[in-house]
Write a protein that binds this ligand. Structure first.
Ligand code: GCU
Length: 351
C-alpha cells in the first residue's frame, strides 16, 4: 500500500461520538449507556434495518455427541437452535477432550468452510471451544424479491440466537464468548457484537463496506456505498442506497458501530492488499473509535491487525484472534503486530 491508494481522510472528518443529540458533550462515563443507545439508533436501523423479533424462548436441542479421534479426542456436539419452537439453524460445537468451562469462539460462516480442520484443531489445542453455524440457513445469500428483514440483520440475529444456545451449555464459559466472521460474515459478526452485550469479544476479518470500513472513503478503489447497495442491496435497509454520493453528510459512520462494542473487546483483522475492503478507511474508523475506548479507560480492548496479502480468512487471522483472546482472558502479553498499517495516514506504523 502506498500513498497513491490513500484519500485524505482522518478521524476528525467523522461525526463526533461524544456529542449527544441535544448538542451537549458527553464527558462522564455514566452518560455512556444513554449515548450508546443514541449511537445505536443513529447507525443501526438506517444501514441494516430492523432485526427479526426477539424470541421469548430459545432452546438448544442436542442431536448427537461424538468423539473426534483425529482431533485429540475432541468432543463434537451437533445441536439444533430453536426460537419459540421454530428451527433457526443447526450448530456444531467442538470442545477440547476434557475440562471446562471453556471460552468459545462462535463463527457463522459455515457456508464458506474457512474454519478448516487445522484451524479448529489449533483452537482446541489452545483450550477454546469452537461453535459454528451457517448463517445462510437463517437468510439466504441470494438476491431476490424485497425481504422484510435485510440479510445482515438476520445473520446478526442468528449470532444472537446461537449465543442464547451456547449460554445453555455448562461446558462453556458464557462470560467468554467471542464472535467472528469474514467479509460479509465479518459485517454480520461486527453488527452482532455491537448489539449484544453478552458477547465479550467481537472480531471481524476483512469486513470492509458495511463492516469496519469507512463510508466516507479511505483506500482508492475501495467498495463504495453505491457499489454495495447496487449489487448487494438485500444485505441492507433499502433506504441506505439514498446516501450514495452523499456519504460526507451521513450523520454517522462505521466508527459508531465499533464504539457500540465498548467497553467490551473488538479486534478487526485486515489485509493490506484487499483494497476493495478499504484497509485505510478501516484505520480511520479505528482511530475514531479508539477515542471512546480510551475515554472509558479500556484502551487495550480495541485492536486492529494488518497483514500482507489479499482478501481471505487465513490461519494467521484466526491465530491473531486467539492471541488477542489469550491476552484478554489468560493474561498473555499483548500480541505484537497490532496497530495501524504501514504508511498510514498519520504515519504511525504497527505498534
Ligand atoms: C463482495 C462484496 C463485499 C463483501 C465480499 C465478501 O466482494 O462487495 O462487500 O465483503 O463480497 O463477502 O467476500
Amino acid at each position: 500500500m502506498n500513498d497513491l491508494h490513500v484519500q485524505p481522510l482522518g478521524p476528525e472528518d467523522l461525526p463526533a461520538l461524544r456529542v449527544a443529540l441535544d448538542g451537549r458533550s458527553v464527558t462522564d462515563s455514566s452518560q455512556w449507556p444513554a449515548r450508546r443507545a443514541e449511537l445505536r439508533s443513529l447507525c443501526v436501523p438506517p444501514v441494516y434495518g430492523a432485526f427479526p423479533a426477539l424470541p421469548k424462548q430459545v432452546r438448544c436441542e442436542m442431536l448427537h455427541q461424538a468423539t473426534v479421534r483425529a482431533m485429540e479426542d475432541a468432543r463434537l456436539w451437533s445441536c439444533r437452535v430453536l426460537a419459540d419452537g421454530a428451527p433457526v439453524c443447526l450448530m456444531r460445537v467442538f470442545l477440547p477432550a476434557s475440562g471446562g468451562p471453556h471460552p468459545v469462539v462462535l463463527h457463522g460462516d459455515g457456508c464458506w468452510h474457512t474454519a478448516t480442520d487445522g484451524v479448529i484443531a489449533d483452537l482446541l489445542r489452545r483450550g477454546y471451544a469452537f461453535a459454528q453455524f451457517n448463517r445462510v440457513e437463517i437468510a439466504p445469500d441470494m438476491p431476490g424479491p424485497p425481504r422484510p428483514v435485510a440479510a445482515l440483520a438476520a445473520w446478526a440475529w442468528g449470532y444472537h440466537r446461537a449465543v442464547d444456545a451456547l449460554c445453555q451449555l455448562e461446558a462453556l464459559d458464557a462470560t467468554r464468548i467471542a464472535v467472528v466472521g469474514h467479509s460479509r460474515g465479518g459485517k454480520a459478526a461486527l453488527l452482532a457484537g455491537a448489539t449484544d452485550e453478552r458477547i465479550a469479544l467481537t472480531s471481524a476479518n476483512n469486513s470492509g463496506a458495511g463492516g469496519a470500513g469507512c463510508w466516507r472513503g479511505g483506500t482508492t478503489g475501495a467498495e463504495t456505498l453505491a457499489d454495495i447497495t447496487r449489487v448487494f442491496g438485500y444485505w441492507f435497509a433499502p433506504a441506505l442506497a439514498q446516501w450514495a454520493g452523499r456519504e460526507a453528510t451521513l450523520p454517522f459512520d462505521q466508527h459508531f458501530l465499533k464504539a457500540l462494542v465498548a467497553p467490551r473487546a473488538l479486534l478487526t483483522t485486515e489485509a493490506l492488499g484487499d483494497h476493495w475492503a478499504n484497509p485505510q478507511g478501516t484505520w480511520v474508523t479505528h482511530q475514531a473509535a479508539q477515542a471512546v475506548f480510551d475515554w472509558l479507560g479500556v484502551p487495550q480492548q480495541l485492536a486492529i491487525r494488518y497483514r500482507a496479502g489479499d482478501h481471505a480468512h487465513t490461519p494467521a487471522d484466526w491465530a491473531a484472534l486467539l492471541d488477542f483472546a489469550d491476552h484478554l482472558w489468560r493474561g498473555a502479553p499483548r500480541p505484537a503486530g497490532l496497530g495501524g498499517p504501514p504508511d498510514s495516514l498519520d504515519g504511525r506504523g504497527p505498534g
